[in-house]
Each structure stands twice: as C-alpha cells, then as structure tokens.
Design a protein around this ligand. Structure first.
Ligand code: KE4
Length: 440
C-alpha cells in the first residue's frame, strides 16, 4: 500500500491537508465515518466545500466528477432542483416536531408502491438502525436467536452484525470489532456468499434455531458482486421451509438498480427489506419494511421495540419524497444502464491495453473493477475471491484518477455509483482518464 499519494498533486490539496490535521485533534481519525478516511488507498482524505450535479469541489477549489454520490444517495446528482425546493419548503414550516406528519404517510405510500416485498414500513435515521431493527424484529417474530449473514456483506455497525466468519466449522461468528461480545457474536453465523451448499448444510445443522438470513441481494460492500440465481433461490427456499425470514439489505441497491430495487430485477421477494441512502435523498433517513403480518409486530402495533427522536424527520422525508417522486416520474434507469455499460467496457479496455488482470463487475449503475494478482483474471463470486484483490494497484489507480479529476471509491472493496447528472462527455472523459491512469 503506498504510504502517500503521488506527490505531484499533493501540493494542490494543501487546504485539505491543513483541515485534516485540525480534524484529527478533534474527531477520532479526523472523520465521522471510517469509510471517508482513505485507509484503503493511503494518503489523506480530501475535504469538500460544495457539490452540484455530478461535480464535487474540494476546499482547495479542485473539481472532481463524483462517482460516490455520498456512498449512494445522490442518484439524481447533487442539489437536484426538485429536492432542494422540497427541503426549503419543509424548512419554512419547521425542522422537527417529534410527532407524526402526513408527509411521512406520503413517503410510506411511495415506498410501498415501489418495493415488491413491502406492505408496511417503519422509518429510521440510518441504515444501521434499520438493519438492527429488522434483525430484532425477525428474532421477535420467530422466537429464535440465530441469524445468518455473509462475509463481505455490510449491514451497518449494529453489534450482532459486526461479526466475522469464525474459524470453526460450525461457522460460529467471532466479534469483528472490540466491544462486540462473544455472546453477541455467537448468535451470528457467517457464511460465504454465492455458496448454496454451505447455506443448505447450515440449515441442515441448525435451521430450527435460525431467525433470519440477511444478505445484500446485489453486494456493494466487498466491491460489486452479483448474486448467482441458485444462491438466492436456495436462500428463499430454505428460509421458507424452515420458518426463518429472508431479509434483503437494499440500503445500496434500493431505488438504484430499479425503482423496486434488486428484488424487482431479480424476481426474488424477501420477507423484510432494509432501505437507506436514496430513500432519504441525501438527508438522514432509512427504513425497514415487509409483510404486514410481520411489521405489525413492531411497537406500538406489536411488542418489538424500536424508536427514534428524528425518525421520519420532516426535512429528510421531504428530500426522500422528492427523490422517489422524481425517480418514478422520470426514471433514469435507461441512462444509468447505458452509462454503466459504457464505463464497464471502457475500464475493461483500459486494463486490457495496460495488460492488467482485472475482474469488472457491474449491475446497472453500481460497478467495481477488481485488480487481481493474475496472471489470469478470476471471477469474483464472494469474499474468498474478492479479498485476493491487489489493493495496492487499486490505490495507485484511485490516486491517478484523483489527479485527473475523477473521484472513485477510496477502497477496492466499495462499488462506484453513477448518477443521472453524468453526461456522455463525462463518461468519455472518465474512460480517457482510466486509460491514462493505467498506462502510467
Ligand atoms: P448507514 O448506517 O451508514 O446509513 O447504513 C449502513 C449500511 C447498511 N447496509 C448497507 C448495504 C450499506 O452499504 C450500509 C452503509 N454503506 C457504507 C458504504 N459501504 C456507508 C459509508 C459509511 O459507512 O460511511
């Protein structure tokens, strides 16, 4: 891993360097979320001042084409006029009431209309809260303790989800962070994604103790990994036959891969769905929802506790509602598919021209180019193959693209996100930058 980016342009980011030094004395690691710390690519994080459409501007005045979009929410691009107007209109009436509003029902109606699995929905302030609550609900409804998750899938930082694959054959989880207890981790089983046989064996051993299987139906958190049909079919079949719930974490894929998310394009309907990012339009709002008979177990309709001071916050609801209405009225998915396909082909061609072994994976507007040790490219099907990526080579690519004004995910194990604000010229410029970056 390079211990610093190319010196060539570090001089162009002096204000970020100064801001980072200040922030580190105030905030752990100088950031409010580790994903922003550039740990996966070396060097120092870039501090930003503003964004508009497809563009980010850092505090040194450098502009970048944005392929992160706040890690997914900004599918329409930054400061979409309809979203800005909706937030301003809500702001004119207040910021938070701690009481119900009709606007929350309107957003709930949009979510229910769009997402095949959702008959009732509860809003939270983050995807982590939504995932934690969905797990608690599954345990409350089934009366069972164990949950199954998959290596390389991320569901926020709830204790029972910060669990790594254990070494034992029984796939018992082990804490993936200090502060997570062994007792908590013990109830989380961690398996390999796209391995239906391992899932079948797990249910054969302990199926009657499993409350839920939780997965990203299209994975973004180990880089982009597509689900294999037999894997999803096994998850649906086994949960149904063993009385467990199938939970899709669509915080990234929801409203991005289609208005109905991954479940719409994959044709597999889970029992619960976790949503975030786009549903809040760039403000703090997430949600979990599913069959009414399951959701009616949530307090105060039922007994499973979940609450939140700012859940369904009026400003966040306004941003989310405007975003979903815009996506429903003027679906950008055809353009996102066209641009995603062009970028995939362009990245593949740039790597081939440079003689680099890469695996490029894409679904719609989510894409990852995995740099590999080679000599031949290897399909990335799960964490076992993703984790063999050449992270140092990815880091070099990341910084070379930064130098050319393109802001990619600061980790090999993240997907990039296209927004509807990108133009054909932006995509062409990005591909040119990739050729130059990989040839260098
Ligand atoms: P939040 O608590 O960050 O809103 O959502 C957690 C979460 C849940 N499920 C999935 C599939 C997610 O991708 C996330 C959050 N994604 C990360 C990026 N890999 C957010 C970036 C960050 O943590 O700063």
């Amino acid at each position: 891993m390079p211990d610093h980016p190319p010196a060539a342009t570090a001089a162009r980011r002096r204000a970020s360097h100064t801001a980072f030094a200040r922030a580190r004395g105030l905030i752990p690691g100088g950031v409010n979320s580790p994903a922003r710390a550039f740990g996966g690519v070396g060097g120092e994080p870039i501090f930003f001042r503003e964004a508009q459409g497809q563009w980010l501007t850092d505090i040194d005045g450098n502009r970048y084409l944005d392929y992160i979009g706040s890690w997914g929410p900004m599918i329409l691009g930054h400061r979409h006029p309809r979203v800005v107007a909706a937030i301003e209109a809500a702001l004119a009436r207040g910021t938070s009431y701690g009481a119900p509003t009709e606007a929350e029902s309107r957003l709930a109606e949009l979510i229910i209309a769009a997402v095949p699995s959702i008959e009732k929905v509860r809003m939270t302030s983050s995807g982590t809260e939504a995932a934690m609550s969905a797990v608690r609900l599954a345990r409350g409804v089934t009366g069972r303790d164990k949950i199954v998750k998959f290596a390389g899938n991320y569901h926020g930082h709830g204790d029972s989800l910060l669990v790594a694959a254990g070494s034992s054959a029984a796939t018992l989880g082990v804490p993936d962070s200090p502060g997570v207890t062994a007792g908590t981790a013990r109830d989380t089983l961690v398996l390999e994604y796209n391995d239906p046989q391992e899932l079948e064996d797990c249910f054969g051993r302990e199926g009657d103790e499993i409350a839920a299987v939780l997965l990203e139906p299209v994975v973004g958190n180990m880089g982009l990994v597509r689900p294999e049909p037999e894997f999803l079919a096994a998850a649906r079949r086994l949960t149904r036959s063993h009385g467990a719930l199938l939970v899709f974490d669509e915080v990234m894929s929801g409203f991005r891969l289609a208005l109905g998310g991954a479940q719409e394009i994959l044709g597999v309907v889970p029992d619960l769905t976790i949503l975030g990012k786009i549903v809040g339009g760039g403000l703090p709002l997430a949600a979990y929802g599913g069959r009414a008979d399951v959701m009616d177990h949530v307090l105060p309709a039922g007994k499973v506790f979940q609450a939140g001071t700012l859940a369904g916050n009026p400003l966040a609801v306004a941003a989310g509602t405007a975003t979903l209405e815009e996506l429903a009225e003027r679906p950008p998915y055809g353009q996102l598919e066209r641009h995603g396909a062009a970028l995939e082909a362009g990245f593949r061609a740039a790597a081939a021209a440079a003689g680099l072994p890469v695996w490029v994976a894409r679904v719609g507007s989510m894409l990852t180019m995995f740099f590999q040790p080679g000599p031949e490219p290897v399909p990335v099907r799960g964490w076992k193959t993703a984790s063999r990526s050449d992270k140092a080579r990815y880091a070099a690519f990341f910084w070379a693209m930064i130098d050319r004004g393109v802001y990619l995910p600061c980790s090999q194990y993240e997907a990039l996100f296209l927004s509807a604000a990108l133009t054909d010229a932006d995509i062409a410029a990005t591909i040119t930058a990739a050729h130059e970056s990989l040839a260098g």
